[in-house]
Design a protein around this ligand. Structure first.
Ligand code: PYC
Length: 330
């Protein structure tokens, strides 16, 4: 049995985005969170087949567009990635929206604006365009908040680290410069890939955060290493996800978590634009639109702006007779 997936491939600030425009399975559920669970239960082979080798690679991510479940929204998004189906993905949203609009797969009710359903909630989008080219996408992200601060872990070889946890669509372990960690470049990519899974395991032993509005969103999934800041309104991060990936983009949900973290520490205020750089120095601009709360927990509403570029169409077959139809990771 062979399944065919029509994809638009591209990248947001260097990180891959695969918009699966044809071949999406029909999902059950009254919102994208329930559809996400249905996909994970019944169709996860599609994610692994499209994201893992030999059709993908360690950083591969993307998603499907679905009809909305609410009357006042334009579309639903299901994210796929090497680590699973994320509740929210910022670089993914920027890419999926760009490619979806450029190829007529999303029909906005109001030009320049979209309201989208993602598993983590409802997001709004402003986009700029010249002709049918999308030049910039701004995400009005779901509320971001600090979960906890000052967790001490002991990482073999590296030593003790103080770690904070913040949510921006996924739960992030945030490591700022300190005694045993000085900067992204001093640690280097190989050490980030070596230590991040250990940090994540130790953090999962220390804390099990659960989203106050959706219990299916839980657990520290990503690790954000922050560089020393020479300017209060600029920062650089290396975000680790999956088993072997450093985000090539500044990471939309990581940036949301980071600005909530800086706001919590009174280092960033409402309305200030924060330039966030990735490992490869690509950029998003992040702004705190407003302060809010979730069930009494202080939170912010992040705006994340970036852009994406498509690199081509990709028709991918997954044939169940292929011994690697579900993909593999080494
Ligand atoms: O941009 O939110 C993001 C993201 C999550 C994982 C990789 N990128």
């Amino acid at each position: 049995m062979q399944h065919t997936f029509f994809c638009v491939d591209g990248h947001t600030a260097g990180n891959p985005v695969r918009l699966v425009a044809g071949g999406a399975p029909l999902l059950k559920g009254k919102n994208m969170s329930e559809r996400r669970q249905d996909f994970l239960n019944r169709f996860d082979w599609i994610r692994t087949g499209l994201c893992f080798e030999p059709r993908g690679h360690d950083m591969m991510s993307g998603g499907f567009l679905y009809p909305p479940t609410q009357e006042d929204t334009d579309a639903g998004i299901l994210f796929i990635e090497t680590s699973g189906c994320l509740p929210m993905c910022g670089h993914g949203t920027i890419g999926l929206v760009t490619f979806g609009l450029e190829h007529g797969l999303i029909q906005p009710r109001t030009p320049g604006k979209l309201k989208l359903e993602v598993p983590a909630g409802i997001i709004e989008i402003d986009y700029q365009y010249v002709g049918n080219k999308i030049t910039a996408v701004t995400i009005h992200n779901i509320p971001a908040f600090v979960e906890t601060t000052g967790i001490m872990i002991d990482v073999p070889e590296l030593g003790s680290l103080q770690v904070d946890v913040a949510y921006g669509g996924n739960f992030y372990a945030i490591i700022e410069p300190q005694g045993n960690y000085h900067s992204i470049d001093q640690l280097g990519a190989a050490a980030i890939l070596k230590y991040s899974p250990i940090v994540r395991t130790l953090m999962r032993e220390a804390i099990q955060p659960v989203h106050p509005l959706d219990p299916t969103i839980k657990g520290v999934s990503h690790v954000l290493w922050a560089d020393p800041q020479t300017d209060r309104l600029r920062g650089r991060n290396a975000v680790f996800y999956g088993d072997k990936a450093i985000d090539r983009s500044p990471c939309g949900t990581g940036t949301s978590a980071r600005i909530a973290h800086l706001w919590h520490k009174k280092q960033l205020s409402v309305g200030e634009a924060f330039t966030h750089e990735s490992y490869i120095h690509s950029q998003f601009i992040a702004t705190i639109a407003a302060e809010t709360d979730i069930n009494g927990k202080p939170a912010i509403l992040p705006l994340i702006q970036g852009s994406a570029i498509s690199t081509g169409f990709n028709t991918i077959w997954i044939n169940q007779e292929d011994p690697f139809h579900k993909g593999f990771q080494i």
